[in-house]
Design a binder for this molecule. Structure first.
Ligand SMILES: [Zn+2]
Length: 393
């Protein structure tokens, strides 16, 4: 058991150097925390007789909590002043407590959810859970509200030490991970009990505000839930609220209708996509060609059709015998050209395209039979004249 468990709020103390060599110091007592329960190690400073060193890491080696220091090295037997980086430690203590509350709240809103692991680093707090369903935001919001309610209720957080064999049934514990005979149980009074080797706050109200900031899933069934507390949470909530309010203004709807509006827009877009596809088939069938020197030339300048669609069209048309396609889109800022030929023709489209794109002050590329590129819309006509001139030659 680490000494800091006795009083996680003790952030400045005197200690005696038991051993010091190669940038590693062993002190007694040692209230620095070494990483455990997913919570990052402490940082801080030690000083003595006008000399000082930064504590750059705290590690646990075979049960000994050692300080890795950068700076002067104290002598064995020296009495030193120790200061824990309290801002870092306290933020992590709050995050650890919040993580317990979050999991408890999630387990009440998503039955069958399972804790995978925790990662509590300065400014980056994440809870990983296993859940086969989808973590929908409505239920996540219910869990977040539950956590904030428990914060407002200012519930005490208790630490109980118990024998491994006597852990009560209502405690969340992964027995296989417990190495000691004694187990630390962290209880958010009347809300949650879990075995944990991290450091925690005394009362839930120290958290101020809690929110989930991001949910991602890189592996099927495993979710990473990022969260914030205190002023970081308030800032995030205000920023996100601004995005929602501003987006709803742009879309001419109310913020509470935003999700519905977004879903409607997506559905409308999908319908339009289908319609464009159908109309394209009709338009493609009706495209007129011009006969030039025994070849069929399809030449057309559009104002806004997508490159992808024109590529598809051109690809279909050049499957016909003795065919050349020159499609262009004249946009406001750029113009693009797609040009290709059927296999039975000998024109080097790459060479022709290169010169055409150069005439447009643009660039492009492709194969000997099919090229595409873009450039200045004011110079599109000149580029097209060049391509057609080569076809007619
Ligand atoms: Zn904990």
């Amino acid at each position: 058991m680490q000494e800091c468990y006795r009083d996680p709020y003790l952030n400045s103390f005197k200690a005696k150097v038991v051993d010091a060599r190669d940038g590693v110091v062993l002190i007694e007592p040692n209230y620095f925390f070494s990483a455990s329960g997913g919570q990052a190690s402490d940082r801080g400073e030690i000083s003595w007789e006008g000399r000082r060193a930064k504590v750059v890491d705290v590690v646990n080696e075979s049960g000994k909590v050692l300080l890795k220091v950068d700076g002067d090295l104290p002598k064995k037997g020296e009495e030193i002043n120790c200061v824990v980086d309290w801002e870092r430690r306290y933020a992590l203590m709050k995050a650890h407590t919040a993580e317990h509350m979050l999991f408890q709240a999630l387990s009440r809103t998503f039955p069958g959810i399972y804790p995978e692991k925790v990662s509590l680093e300065p400014n980056s707090f994440s809870l990983f859970v296993r859940y086969t369903g989808s973590l929908d935001w409505n239920n996540v919001l219910r869990a977040e509200k539950m956590v904030n309610q428990v914060i407002r209720e200012a519930r005490p957080v208790h630490v109980h030490i118990t024998k491994k064999s006597e852990v009560p049934a209502d405690v969340r514990i992964k027995m296989e991970r417990i190495e000691d005979e004694e187990v630390r149980i962290i209880e958010v009074e009347g809300f949650d009990k879990v075995a944990c080797s991290g450091l925690h706050i005394k009362n839930t109200n120290e958290l101020g505000v809690f929110c989930v900031s991001h949910i991602t899933s890189d592996k099927p069934g495993v979710w990473k839930i990022d969260f914030l507390h205190g002023s970081d949470a308030v800032d995030f909530l205000l920023d996100t609220s601004k995005v929602a309010l501003s987006s709803s203004q742009i879309l001419g709807t109310n913020a509470d209708r935003l999700e519905k509006t977004a879903a409607n827009l997506l559905a409308a877009e999908e319908r339009l996509r289908q319609e464009v596809k159908e109309l394209s088939e009709i338009a493609l069938a009706g495209l007129k060609q011009e006969e030039v020197n025994g070849t069929n030339l399809y030449l057309r300048i559009f104002s806004c059709l997508s490159q992808k669609l024109l590529q598809e069209w051109a690809g279909k048309l050049v499957k016909k015998e003795k065919t050349i396609v020159v499609f262009a889109v004249r946009g406001e800022k750029t113009a693009s050209i797609i040009t290709g030929r059927s296999r039975d023709l000998a024109l080097d489209m790459r060479k022709i395209g290169e010169e055409a794109f150069r005439l447009m002050d643009g660039k492009g590329g492709g194969s000997e039979s099919f090229v595409s590129g873009s450039g200045d819309p004011k110079k599109l006509d000149e580029a097209i004249r060049f391509i057609v001139g080569n076809v007619k030659r």
